[in-house]
Design a protein around this ligand. Structure first.
Ligand code: AP5
Ligand code: ZN
Length: 216
């Protein structure tokens, strides 16, 4: 199945996408991760993108659609999770065209519903492993040993440049202005399925599994 995980920053898109990769062998396409990779490549484009991201604003549609196009043509089988894409109506239209071109279908758009207070709490406590990408939270899911990644043993734990109060405020505004219209867009197409993103991680995973199993 090919699905979109749609939701505001901190809704748990990345967390659930990683579980689906482990449990179902699906492929995670996270535009946020791709953009952070472009940044660490040290290119001029990467440097400009990093500035936009650090402020919490959206990167241009052209760049993001280009990244997805490039990746999607190489992973066209096995079930794709679009994590953090599309984020604008223009991106949604481009994805529709791209899927049609590759003869792929979209099975569900999963809207992860959370409230702003929870988002602030989740994002301000988040850190991740710079080596394997595992995600943790200071209070909810800390590493078992302080400063050491459970998954790979690395001590390279880090916080994102945009996980601060100012950038988060901008990210939320961008979400409500530019991304939330996609809820109506996919609802009108009969593809939207909502899950309660405030539930515990296992419960959210179970709700997503249910959607996946019923859309086959
Ligand atoms: P991106 O990397 O996509 O970030 P985001 O949308 O802000 O989402 P996050 O990664 O912050 O949150 P998440 O929903 O994945 O939550 P997570 O699972 O980590 O984008 C970053 C930037 O890149 C954008 O601002 C923009 O500049 C640019 N960009 C990316 N895509 C773009 C696009 N398509 N167009 C234009 N620009 C684009 O969870 C968060 C925390 O909560 C973690 O600590 C986790 O442990 C915890 N948690 C998760 N689930 C639960 C639960 N059920 N209960 C309790 N805690 C939980
Ligand atoms: Zn790790």
């Amino acid at each position: 199945a090919n699905i979109i995980l749609l939701g505001p920053p901190g809704a748990g898109k990345g967390t659930q996408a990683k579980r689906l990769v482990e449990e179902r062998g699906m492929v995670q396409l996270s535009t946020g991760d791709m953009l952070r990779e472009a940044k660490s490549s040290g290119s001029e484009m990467g440097r400009r993108v990093a500035e936009v991201m650090a402020r919490g604003e959206l990167v241009t549609d052209e760049i993001v659609i280009g990244l997805i196009r490039e990746k999607l043509t190489t992973v066209a089988s096995g079930g794709v999770i679009f994590d953090g894409f599309p984020r604008t109506l223009k991106q949604a239209d481009a994805l529709g065209d791209l899927l049609a071109e590759l003869d792929l279908r979209l099975d569900a758009v999963i809207e992860m519903q959370v409230d702003d207070a929870a988002l602030v709490d989740r994002i301000s406590g988040r850190y991740s492993c710079g080596n394997c990408g595992a995600v943790y939270h200071d209070r909810i899911t800390p590493t078992k040993v302080d400063g050491v990644c459970d998954a790979c043993g690395s001590t390279n734990l880090m916080r994102r440049a945009d996980d601060n109060e100012d950038a988060l405020r901008t990210r939320l505004m961008e979400y409500y202005k530019k991304t939330s219209p996609l809820i109506g867009y996919y609802h009108a197409r009969g593809e939207l399925r909502a899950v309660d993103g405030l539930a515990a991680m296992d419960a959210v995973a179970a709700a997503i599994s249910e959607v996946l199993d019923s859309s086959r």
